[in-house]
Design a protein around this ligand. Sequence first.
Ligand code: SAM
Length: 291
Amino acid sequence: MSNFIATPTRTKAILNKYNFAFKKSLGQNFLVDVNVLENIIRHAGINKDTAVIEIGPGIGALTEQLAIHAEKVVAFEIDQRLLPILEDTLQDYSNITVIHEDILKANVVQVIKEQFKPNQGIHIVANLPYYITTPILMKLVQDKLPVSSITVMIQKEVADRMAAEPNTKSYGSLTIALKYYTEAEVVMTVPSTVFMPKPNVDSAILRLTMRQNPPVHVENEDFFFRLVKASFAQRRKTLQNNLKSFYKDKAEKERIQDLLEKAEIDGKRRGESLSIEEFARLANTFWKAEQ
Ligand code: SAM
């Protein structure tokens, strides 16, 4: 029997030793299955030359396996109570740095410069806190970090959104953002029994491979993403009505119909029916009209 952190017995012993109470509000569901961790690491493509950024190490279940397989691991943890625990559980590994910080506020580019070798292959790996999966993924892709891939355990329902097609309930601005920056693949689904405590939902491992070039040409990325978000703002509304709410100015509102025609998109359609190519055409037409 291994004495890895990611076993029910060792995890229970650590939790008891520190009298640790899970904070549901921080999405604390710890992994207690080494096989699942090995699958995550295999799909992330990690080896002894690679550097890894982990989000939310918890008591160190995944961190320990990452330290064994990678050259260096930097982990961001928001919960101060976990810092002394991690110091204890990970004391045998000299290639781990834990940073006490909210990942949404962290300057990850700066941390990469300080912590890793220049031009080192970097991967992000995490069992994400489910309450903020979308903002974390959005930040990671939009910050344009010099990383090769992002491999994360997430709620299965969110994983489905990555691969969603237009006109489905799951299709949304997250689908478009991830399509733009990455190639997304759901590599396996995971039962709730591998977590402590068990979450109420099924989970899945998602691998995002960063693209060298986006699949569509966009004149201004910031505008593109704001327009996509506005198009999904009220899903029951037509595209033209969502765009009317996006443009506050009366004169601009009056031009919406003309610009929709110019972009050859029917304003009576719903935002959720547009492909990424159509969103790019729409955003580029509106952007150029503003210049
Ligand atoms: N990696 C551990 C494992 O697999 O057992 C724990 C995963 S648990 C699902 C999520 C972890 O993320 C918790 O340790 C939680 O405290 C931490 N966390 C939650 N919000 C965070 C944030 N905004 N920034 C950094 N860590 C966060």
